[in-house]
Design a protein around this ligand. Structure first.
Ligand code: NAD
Length: 307
């Protein structure tokens, strides 16, 4: 019987569906136990992970029977995909299944930050009543620069347009926009730095995108934009971002992803309660609804693959 190993959280209904067809082992803490995982992986035909399991060459070298890896999410930077190719292991992300959740996060955090909700909240709970000292604004009519125009970038553009934002899209791998995308403008990164009130990042983490947004980028931003990063932490230089905020080059930031997760004291100590910022623990794509979609999708793909 085909054997499937699941090393991180999956919803119960999807697990039941897998149990009906395969011999499965589910241990949502297994991602923490590298040695145990390296030892037992040799018995399994399929592996299902989220983003915490580091599917390294070391583990894969022991995975003698492995043919399929299902990723409960998108972003494959925790899986050695090049090594998988050499071993003919199919890697299946849940493309698009959490795009709505991320897009809602981007629009809601854009609204919160442009309205300065974090600062207003902090002032109010401290008893300062900052009713006239803090200037709030609307997102309607403002401009969002979407950096990385793939599945999630496009969904963010759609949600942004519906909320009255103008959309600039940057993606060097896209030469022209589709017929149904005439309301967006394909732009250069420089154009986005000059014109965007909100810069939202939707890139994979690669050698090319690592540290893409850095001191030099912030220095070119003309409109003191808000920065939103839901992609991967290392796409933005975190030290440069905090410095840019402290120098008023940017007016706020929402970070859902970090270079180190959980975040380290180094960064934590630089975040002050009166900053216009929102920090969340890598949850923008994780909602009740997306969890169900992601799990159902990966179960369906696993079943199809082993048929
Ligand atoms: P995708 O592959 O559909 O889109 C990525 C886009 O980035 C592609 O169009 C690609 O051409 C573009 N790109 C690649 N290199 C680029 C560069 N140097 N400059 C500009 N664009 C570049 O992926 P997706 O499904 O849209 O997801 C995007 C990323 O979001 C994922 O890789 C993942 O890391 C992250 N993500 C995070 C969460 C979360 O919960 N925080 C959830 C889902 C996805």
């Amino acid at each position: 019987m085909t054997k499937i190993l699941i090393t991180e959280f999956i919803n119960q209904d999807s697990l039941n569906d897998l149990n009906n067809i395969f011999e499965t082992k589910f241990n949502e803490k297994l991602w923490e136990k590298n040695e145990e995982l390296t030892e037992i992986i040799k018995d399994y035909d399929g592996l299902i992970v989220r983003n915490k399991t580091q599917v390294s060459e070391h583990i894969l070298s022991n995975a003698k029977n492995l043919k399929f890896i299902g990723r409960l999410g998108v972003g494959l930077d925790n899986i050695d995909t090049e090594f998988c190719k050499t071993k003919n292991i199919h890697v299946q992300p849940a493309t698009g299944m959490n795009a709505d959740s991320v897009a809602e996060y981007v629009v809601s955090s854009s609204m919160s930050l442009i309205k300065k909700i974090p600062i207003l909240h902090n002032g109010t709970v401290k008893g300062n009543w900052p009713r006239t000292t803090i200037k709030s604004a609307e997102i309607n009519g403002k401009c969002i620069g979407v950096v990385g125009f793939g599945t999630i970038g496009r969904k963010v553009a759609e949600y942004s347009l519906k909320n009255g934002l103008n959309v600039l899209a940057y993606d060097p791998y896209i030469k022209e926009l589709g017929d149904n995308e005439k309301d967006y403008r394909l732009s250069s990164l420089e154009d986005i730095f000059q014109n965007a009130d909100i810069v939202s990042l939707h890139l994979p983490l690669t050698e090319e995108t690592k540290n893409l947004i850095n001191k030099s980028s912030f220095s070119k931003m003309q409109k003191h934009p808000i920065i939103i990063n839901t992609s991967r932490g290392s796409v933005v230089n975190e030290n440069d971002l905090i410095e840019a905020y402290n120098q008023n080059l940017i007016s706020g930031f929402a970070l859902d992803v970090f270079e180190n997760e959980p975040i380290t004291n180094d960064l934590y100590e630089k975040i002050k309660p009166d900053m216009n910022c929102i920090l969340t623990p890598h949850i923008s794509g994780v909602t009740t609804e997306s969890n169900i979609r992601v799990s159902n999708f990966i179960v369906k793909k696993t079943i199809e693959f082993f048929k």
